[in-house]
Design a protein around this ligand. Structure first.
Ligand SMILES: O[C@H]1[C@H](O)[C@@H](O)[C@H](O)[C@@H](O)[C@H]1O
Ligand SMILES: [Fe+2]
Ligand SMILES: [Fe+2]
Length: 315
C-alpha cells in the first residue's frame, strides 16, 4: 500500500511506501530502503545498477571499484579543514569564466566522474535523466526540475579553465571537517592519514561546532556541491532555499542517508532535508543506460534557466 502525506513544506506531497514510518508529528522518516516511484524507472524499482551490482556498493571487487577507492583514499587524506577554507576563499572570487547555465551543461560532456560506481555515461545524460525523472513525478515543481538539471554542474572544476582540480577535490560524497569523521562515511579507514586527525579539537562529536548551529556554519569537504551552490547564490538565482540546499548537500550521504551529523542542523535544515531526501532517489536511481533526447527537452530547460538565472553567470 502507498501512503500520501501532506508535508509542511509548500506544495509538497510526499509518497512513501508504508514500510517507512510516519511519526505522530507528521515527520517523514526514511529507513534507507525507500522504493522509487514507478515512473522513474518503469514498473519495478531498480535493484541493480547498469553494471549489474547493487547501487552504491563500494566493496565489490572490480577494476572500476579500484579507481573509486583511490579517489576516496586521496579525498580522505587531503581534505582538511584548512584546505576547505582555502578553496572556499579562492572560488568565491568567481573570476574564472563567464557563461550561461546551458553552456555549462554542455561543458559537462567532457567530464568523467571517477568516484561513481553506478555511472559511466557522460555527465549531461545524468543531468537530464534525473531532471526528467523528477519532472514526471513532480510536474508542478519546476524549480525542482531545474535543480536536478544543475545539481552536478560544479564538476566543471575538473576542467582547465576552472582550475583543473583533481578528482578527489571535486567528486564523491562529502562530509564535515572540524569534528569527528563518522563511521558511515564511505571508505572511512583512509582518514587515518588525514592531518586533522592530529588535532584533538576536531575529534569530538561536536568538534568546533555547537549543537544546532546550522549546516551553513559547518565546513563541508570541498567539491562540486559547494562550488555550484556558491555560483548560484552569488549570481542571484531566484531558486527557493530548498533548491539551493539540495545543490549544496546532495553528496552529503552521511547526513541524508545515514542520519549522521543531524545534531548540527537547525530548523531550516530539517525542513530542507525533506526535499533533499526526495531529490536523492531521482539522483541515484535514474542512473541508467537509457538516453534522453537532448534537443527535444532543451527548450523546456532553457525556459526554466531564463526564469531562475541571469543570462550570463560569473564562475
Ligand atoms: O560518486 C558520486 C558522484 O560524484 C555524485 O555526483 C555525488 O553527488 C555523489 O555523492 C557521489 O557518490
Ligand atoms: Fe553530485
Ligand atoms: Fe547527481
Amino acid at each position: 500500500m502507498t501512503v500520501c502525506i501532506e508535508q509542511s513544506i509548500p506544495d509538497a506531497q510526499v509518497v512513501v511506501e508504508d514500510k517507512n514510518h510516519i511519526h505522530e508529528t507528521n515527520e517523514l522518516i526514511l529507513d534507507g530502503e525507500f522504493v522509487v516511484p514507478d515512473t522513474v524507472v518503469g514498473s519495478d524499482p531498480p535493484e541493480v545498477n547498469a553494471f549489474g551490482h547493487t547501487f552504491r556498493d563500494y566493496d565489490v571487487e572490480t577494476e572500476r571499484q579500484k579507481q573509486v577507492e583511490e579517489c576516496y583514499r586521496m579525498n580522505h587524506i587531503h581534505q582538511t579543514y584548512e584546505y576547505v577554507k582555502k578553496m572556499r576563499d579562492e572560488y568565491k572570487k568567481l573570476d574564472k569564466v563567464e557563461m550561461s547555465i546551458w553552456e555549462c551543461c554542455e561543458l559537462l560532456n567532457e567530464v568523467v566522474d571517477e568516484s561513481d560506481p553506478d555511472l559511466d555515461e557522460p555527465q549531461i545524460e545524468h543531468l537530464l535523466q534525473s531532471a526528467e525523472a523528477i519532472r514526471k513525478d513532480y510536474p508542478n515543481e519546476d524549480w525542482l526540475h531545474l535543480t536536478a538539471l544543475i545539481h552536478d554542474l560544479g564538476k566543471v572544476l575538473l576542467l582547465p579553465k576552472f582550475g583543473e582540480l583533481p578528482q578527489w577535490a571535486v567528486v564523491g560524497d562529502t562530509h564535515p571537517l572540524g569534528c569527528a569523521f563518522d563511521e558511515s562515511i564511505v571508505h572511512h579507514k583512509f582518514f587515518k592519514d588525514n592531518p586533522d586527525m592530529n588535532n584533538p579539537a576536531y575529534q569530538t562529536k561536536n568538534g568546533i561546532y555547537t549543537e544546532g548551529c546550522g549546516l551553513e556554519n559547518v565546513m563541508i569537504s570541498w567539491g562540486h556541491d559547494d562550488y555550484m551552490y556558491l555560483v548560484a547564490k552569488e549570481n542571484g538565482t531566484t531558486l527557493p532555499e530548498a533548491g539551493l540546499f539540495i545543490i549544496r548537500y546532495h553528496s552529503f550521504y552521511p547526513l541524508h542517508r545515514s542520519g549522521a551529523y543531524k545534531h548540527l542542523m537547525n530548523k531550516e535544515d530539517t525542513e530542507n532535508l525533506k526535499w533533499l531526501q526526495i531529490f536523492n532517489k531521482y539522483d541515484l536511481y535514474s542512473k541508467s543506460k537509457s538516453r534522453v533526447d537532448v534537443e527535444k527537452v532543451k527548450p523546456y530547460y532553457l525556459s526554466l534557466i531564463n526564469k531562475y538565472f541571469p543570462e550570463k553567470l560569473r564562475w
